[in-house]
Design a protein around this ligand. Structure first.
Ligand code: PSV
Ligand code: MN
Length: 424
């Protein structure tokens, strides 16, 4: 399934008049819209290979129709998103769920579809068919040296796949931890994990990074061996300059101040990037911006402030990815909504009057500082985001295009109703 460029042009022509009116108004209200638009055009968020199918809970999974059945089809789905929003030009692979059978062919497909390979993800949280040793009691933390070795070798194999594809980073998320007090010697679990990560780190090519992702709980419910940003940062600092902390928005205890975490990790030059999603209770993996849009804006506000303070390139110096699960929605529509929420928050963060905010902060003018942030958050920037898409040749209204042009119906025709995707 490929999106027809002429149909996008037609869609844009149909919406152009109303869009132009709104854009003219926004331009008169917003200072420096051109620099914001260019940054939005440059910004891309990777799509994980496991997010193209309908997700599930531990109770049930209600598969949708026309889901991608292999890596090639997953890449085609991402290319649909990218053609519609110009912001989804990369795929992040989970191994062994998506091992390419032919590197040359997959790389050629990626070039044809205008996609890059983002961070590679290892998986030592499940036992795979035919796997020699079990991860039931953890992988890198395991008391059994042979199990630790197996997990290390898996991660090194993931790096090798990534080298073939032109990826530049490995994300390690460990489900290691314990479910009951007394089960684990915390210090030994940490040390085993550190030693394993050190071996993996040693296998990284010189231009690669390793992202250590933390998570507060689940599947372990008493302790997690990489349970918060403090522990992740500890590992990253001990590992060296190629190791960073990865923030997944759903991996915190309720009400954690994620924007403060982000600000400090950036200051320490240890922020790897993001797994975006939203949550109400735990690691709910809901559509980005669907529950706490103000928090998302505050995070982007810290990101822009911190990246600018260090002269970083917003688009390329951190790893951006969606990590959500689509239990009841069409995954492609859900991903379009998530990307839109990210672009809106990013645009709003770019809009913050930093000089006035700094002044208010220096003068302890609490009200002024709060007003600056809240009034920016309440500014409707959707038309600016749409203008960035228009200029990049994407669709003014991606979801309307997707529905009006019956993309899911075409995918079902092509793949059938019972095509079930691999992954979670
Ligand atoms: C774990 O909850 C996680 O956030 C990690 O990033 C995994 O790789 C991903 O979800 C997929 O299950
Ligand atoms: Mn994640």
């Amino acid at each position: 399934m490929r999106i027809d460029k002429q149909q996008i042009d037609q869609h844009n022509t149909d919406l152009q008049k109303v869009h132009q009116k709104r854009f003219d108004f926004a331009k008169s209200e917003i200072t420096n819209p051109e620099s914001i638009i260019q940054k939005l055009i440059d910004f891309n968020v990777a799509i994980p290979s496991w997010a193209l199918g309908t997700g599930g809970t531990r109770f049930a999974r209600f598969s949708g129709a026309g889901e991608p059945g292999n890596l090639e089809q997953k890449m085609e789905d991402i290319a649909v998103l990218h053609a519609l929003n110009n912001s989804s030009g990369a795929i992040s692979l989970h191994i062994p769920w998506d091992i390419p059978s032919n590197y040359t062919a997959i790389k050629k497909l990626a070039t044809d579809l205008n996609l890059k390979f983002d961070a590679m993800n290892s998986n030592t949280f499940q036992d795979q068919k035919g796997q020699a040793l079990s991860y039931k009691f953890g992988s890198l933390q395991n008391t059994n040296k042979a199990i630790r070795k197996q997990a290390i070798e898996h991660n090194i194999e993931v790096i090798k796949h990534g080298i073939e594809l032109g990826s530049k980073a490995l994300t390690v998320w460990l489900s290691d931890g314990s479910c009951f007090p007394g089960q684990l010697n915390f210090r030994k679990a940490f040390q085993n994990t550190l030693e394993g990560l050190q071996e993996i780190y040693a296998a990284l090519p010189s231009d690669w990074k390793v992202f250590v992702e933390y998570k507060a709980f689940e599947p372990n419910f008493y302790s997690m061996t990489v349970g918060d940003w403090g522990q992740s940062l500890l590992y990253a600092n001990k590992l060296g300059p190629k190791a960073f902390t990865l923030v997944d928005l759903g991996h915190h205890l309720p009400n954690a101040n994620i924007e403060q975490i982000v600000a400090l990790l950036l200051m320490e030059k240890k922020l790897a990037g993001f797994h975006f999603n939203d949550s109400k209770y735990g690691d709910d993996d809901l559509t980005v911006g669907s529950i706490k849009p103000y928090q998302l804006f505050l995070i982007f506000n810290e990101l822009v402030e911190g990246m600018d303070a260090r002269g970083m390139n917003h688009a390329t110096d951190l790893g951006w990815m969606i990590d959500a699960s689509h239990n009841i929605k069409d995954p492609l529509e859900d991903l379009l909504q998530s990307i839109e929420a990210i672009m809106i928050s990013y645009a709003q963060a770019l809009l913050v009057d930093r000089t006035s905010l700094n002044k208010a902060q220096e003068n302890n003018d609490v009200v002024a500082a709060q007003e600056i942030l809240q009034s920016t958050f309440r500014t409707d920037v959707r038309v600016i985001v749409a203008e960035a898409r228009l200029r990049a040749g994407a669709a003014l209204d991606p979801i309307a295009y997707y529905r009006n042009n019956k993309i899911r119906e075409s995918l079902i025709k092509e793949r059938g109703v019972n095509n079930i995707t691999t992954g979670l």
